[in-house]
Design a protein around this ligand. Structure first.
Ligand code: NAG
Ligand code: NAG
Ligand code: NAG
Ligand code: NAG
Ligand code: NAG
Ligand code: NAG
Ligand code: NAG
Ligand code: NAG
Length: 389
């Protein structure tokens, strides 16, 4: 069926219709506000008691203070704020903090509709199982959602994308599976995202590049594959980027070299190939650079010496070739230097002797000549032969 072009209308009539539509939209907005106003403290208390009843007996005992519905603000782990309701300040629950209480149960039994005023939900390090219910999308005021260290399974619900005020989303150390939804990019206020140690699969969505305020991004220890999206290079506030222990492949995008605030970059235990981007020398705030166990080839970047804050450098278990650049001697804060199992050749640079803070050095599995300078760090002299064999 073809769409008919809209009938032509005289201009004033169109204007009137526009205004009517706007008024209707405003009325709809008002009714939404009223609907959430009908969330009252008593209903919130009832929702929490309903959840308590769904938990095992031990957990219920741990929540023994949850009982008198006239004062839920005094219950263990509950705090309240106030909202305007019919021109009056009314108390409402704004925070649930029940970390590490061995609570056993599921989130599905929690009535989120009654808890729209929550800004913080911390149920981390308990024994919660089941999935994250899609109804969590109604918690539009949430700033922090901390569910790490449980046994939560199932996939990450699309509705999380609605939580646009979230600053902190911690779902690590659970049993989550499925893909990272691209709608996650709509959480544009996010500062910390930790999804590590789950069973997530699929590609890293490029929409992750929309979360411009991200400071820490951790997707490590999952089963993610495909390329690292170059859009991550737009997250210029990032200080920590952990993508290690996945099945990521392709080249390291040179855009990562734009992340000038990075202090900690860990891409180890993947199947990344190609060379280390040359612009990485711009990452002068780096203290940790771990690229171990990939398929990186080419030379160790010559301008490494710009990374003068590095304390931990591991390029081991790759197929890097060429020699160790003399400039590595400028990295005087290094405590760990691992270059083992590559195809590095040539003479060990004398400049290595400048690494007076070194605590561990491993150069094994290369074809280096010469010896380790005596002046080097705090290494036991008798371990030096082992470093090279
Ligand atoms: C939990 O407590 C109730 C009432 O005290 C009891 O009937 C039930 O058997 C208990 N369940 C378990 C699993 O201990
Ligand atoms: C609940 O708390 C209110 C207010 O403090 C008090 O008046 C009431 O007696 C309490 N009810 C129970 C069952 O303890
Ligand atoms: C959940 O809470 C809302 C709002 O308080 C209420 O209208 C609804 O009936 C509750 N749902 C259940 C299943 O109790
Ligand atoms: C969540 O976002 C979707 C799509 O943007 C929208 O249709 C839905 O109404 C939102 N849900 C809530 C509870 O705001
Ligand atoms: C989510 O982001 C997409 C673009 O990535 C946008 O089209 C959509 O409108 C956003 N949804 C909401 C609810 O903001
Ligand atoms: C994510 O959580 C794990 C486990 O607590 C922690 O070790 C890691 O540092 C966190 N990642 C970031 C980027 O903070
Ligand atoms: C980063 O390095 C490249 C060359 O590798 C250089 O052209 C560029 O100006 C540097 N960018 C910044 C912001 O320092
Ligand atoms: C590295 O050390 C050498 C020799 O001391 C010095 O000339 C050079 O400027 C240093 N490089 C940087 C980036 O500081």
């Amino acid at each position: 069926m073809e769409m008919q072009p809209p009938p032509k209308m005289p201009a004033p009539l169109t204007m009137t219709m526009l205004m009517m539509m706007m008024m209707m939209m405003m009325m709809m907005a008002t009714s939404v506000a009223l609907a959430s106003d009908t969330v009252v403290l008593g209903g919130q208390a009832a929702a929490l008691l309903g959840w308590k009843a769904s938990l095992d007996n031990k957990s219920q005992r741990a929540l023994h203070s949850w009982g008198n519905t006239s004062m839920p603000c005094n219950w263990r782990g509950i705090s309240c704020g106030t909202v305007m309701h019919w021109g009056q300040h009314q108390p409402m629950i704004n925070s649930i903090s029940l970390r590490g209480m061995r609570l056993r149960g599921a989130l599905e039994s929690l009535n989120f509709s009654a808890l729209r005023t929550l800004t913080r939900l911390d149920l981390s390090h308990n024994l919660l199982a089941g999935s994250i219910p899609p109804s969590i999308e109604v918690l539009g005021e949430l700033h922090a959602l901390l569910l790490q260290g449980n046994q939560i399974s199932g996939s990450i619900p699309l509705g999380l994308g609605n939580l646009t005020k979230l600053h902190s989303l911690m779902l690590h150390e659970n049993e989550l599976s499925g893909e990272i939804p691209s709608l996650i990019g709509n959480m544009s206020s996010l500062v910390t995202l930790n999804l590590s140690s789950n069973h997530l699969i699929g590609h890293i969505p490029c929409e992750i590049g929309h979360m411009k305020h991200l400071v820490a991004l951790d997707l490590s220890s999952n089963n993610l594959f495909g390329k690292i999206p170059s859009s991550i290079g737009g997250l210029t506030e990032l200080t920590s980027l952990y993508l290690y222990c996945n099945q990521l492949s392709g080249q390291i995008p040179r855009e990562l070299g734009y992340l000038l605030n990075l202090k900690d970059l860990q891409l180890g235990i993947n199947t990344l190939s190609g060379s280390i981007p040359r612009n990485f020398h711009n990452l002068t705030k780096l203290t940790v650079l771990n690229l171990r166990l990939n398929k990186l080839s080419g030379l160790i970047p010559q301008k490494m010496d710009y990374l003068s804050n590095l304390q931990y450098l591991s390029l081991s278990e790759n197929i890097l070739s060429g020699s160790i650049p003399n400039s590595i001697g400028n990295l005087t804060k290094l405590t760990i230097l691992y270059l083992y199992m590559n195809q590095i050749s040539g003479h060990i640079p004398r400049e290595l002797g400048r690494l007076v803070n070194l605590e561990d050095l491993d150069l094994r599995g290369n074809t280096l000549t010469g010896s380790i300078p005596n002046s080097i760090g705090n290494l036991a002299q008798n371990s030096l032969s082992y470093i090279l064999t």
